[in-house]
Design a protein around this ligand. Structure first.
Ligand code: NAD
Ligand code: AKB
Length: 322
């Protein structure tokens, strides 16, 4: 039996799409009492242990890390791509100052390991769009992507200069059923399921053929925990690992949904988010992740769609009953 004591964990941005599922998984793994969730919302009504915390408040964050003797810190607080284009100053403050606040506070309080997610948004118009490699041209066009690319380099810098053990993944678009979308360009692939089940139709803000790298949330959560538990000696990348699951376009997803809801209809009305999607690759090469810590995705388009529909249908059926 594993006698290693559970790490004391803080999750920042715990009420978001990734945060909710990751907190649940970490609590199941390490014990609820070892995993503190935090976000901007007040503590009232949140499942304990929970703290109201702004990631850009370095002083408050340092106090929390010291008071609870945090070992592992997950910083998931962010403003995603589409919302970031509407509020670039806010996006830079939360994404960049929030990361720097995390790194500095962690450096001075003995945090042993940090997780901070990057994104496929680090790629840009001159990246290889067919199959973006780990290293290659990166010229992000959004404030979100710029903050992620700069953030990756800050992570590498803190590792080199101060020996901080920081681990990071370039998540693809994530699809989950436990939280509503939070302002991303790939979020159509979450919203479509809610609309399909509730109304039988969806109007998509991307073109039918706009293929992007995507991943089902259970794969993303497993990847995060596997990377965080991987032996440090095996890790060769200290900026952020490419992470790949599947690749599909709105049309491909609509066709898959139609296998379960034959009357489902979709219309296309591309808006400003189309330009963001056009700047991202359709798939990425995650060879280093597979080689260094044996990453392997489990879900494809068919299995993800089937599982999403089971859960989204159950969610709305329960709502009707209550
Ligand atoms: P989300 O928007 O659903 O959640 C972000 C959370 O951060 C929210 O609960 C929000 O309240 C919180 N937050 C915002 N400002 C804050 C602040 N100042 N202090 C503390 N908390 C604050 O985003 P998500 O989808 O859960 O993304 C989590 C992380 O994963 C982000 O770093 C994001 O860039 C990255 N990521 C997500 C996706 C995706 O498809 N969801 C893809 C690539 C990368
Ligand atoms: C977004 O669309 O902004 C996010 C991402 C891919 O980082 N889902």
């Amino acid at each position: 039996m594993d006698q290693t004591p559970s790490p004391r964990v803080l999750v920042i941005g715990a009420l978001g799409q990734v945060g909710r599922e990751l907190t649940e998984a970490l609590r199941a793994r390490y014990g609820a009492e070892h995993v503190i969730a935090s976000d901007l919302a007040p503590a009232v009504g949140q499942e304990a242990p929970y703290l109201s915390l702004d990631v850009t408040d370095r002083k408050a964050l340092t106090e929390v890390l010291a008071q609870y003797r945090i070992d592992h810190l997950y910083n998931l607080a962010a403003i995603l791509s589409a919302k970031g284009e509407r509020e670039p100053q806010l996006a830079w403050r939360v994404n960049m100052e929030g990361l720097l606040s995390t790194l500095e506070a962690a450096r001075h309080t003995g945090v042993r390991r940090i997780f901070w997610p990057s994104s496929i948004a680090v790629f840009g118009p001159h990246s290889n769009h067919r199959f973006a490699p780990q290293y290659g041209q990166m010229d992000p066009t959004t404030i979100y992507g710029i903050s992620k690319l700069a953030g990756e380099q800050w992570c590498h810098y803190y590792h080199r200069q101060y020996g901080l053990d920081i681990r990071s993944l370039r998540y693809p678009g994530l699809i989950g059923y436990k939280a509503l979308p939070g302002g991303g360009t790939t979020d159509y692939a979450v919203d479509i399921f809610h609309q399909a089940v509730q109304h039988g139709s969806y109007t998509c803000f991307l073109r039918a053929d706009s293929a992007l790298p995507m991943m089902y949330m259970p794969d993303a959560i497993r990847a995060t925990i596997e990377l965080m538990e991987a032996p440090a000696e095996g890790l060769s990348i200290h900026s952020s690992y490419n992470l790949s699951g599947m690749s599909f376009s709105p049309e491909m997803l609509a066709n898959e949904i139609r296998r379960h809801i034959p009357t489902f209809s979709i219309a296309y009305e591309p808006d400003f988010r189309q330009a963001i999607a056009d700047s991202w690759p359709e798939s990425i090469d995650d060879t280093p992740a597979r080689a260094d810590w044996a990453w392997l995705p489990e879900y494809d388009l068919a299995s993800m769609t089937e599982d999403m529909l089971v859960h989204i249908r159950a969610h709305y059926a329960a709502e009707v009953r209550s």
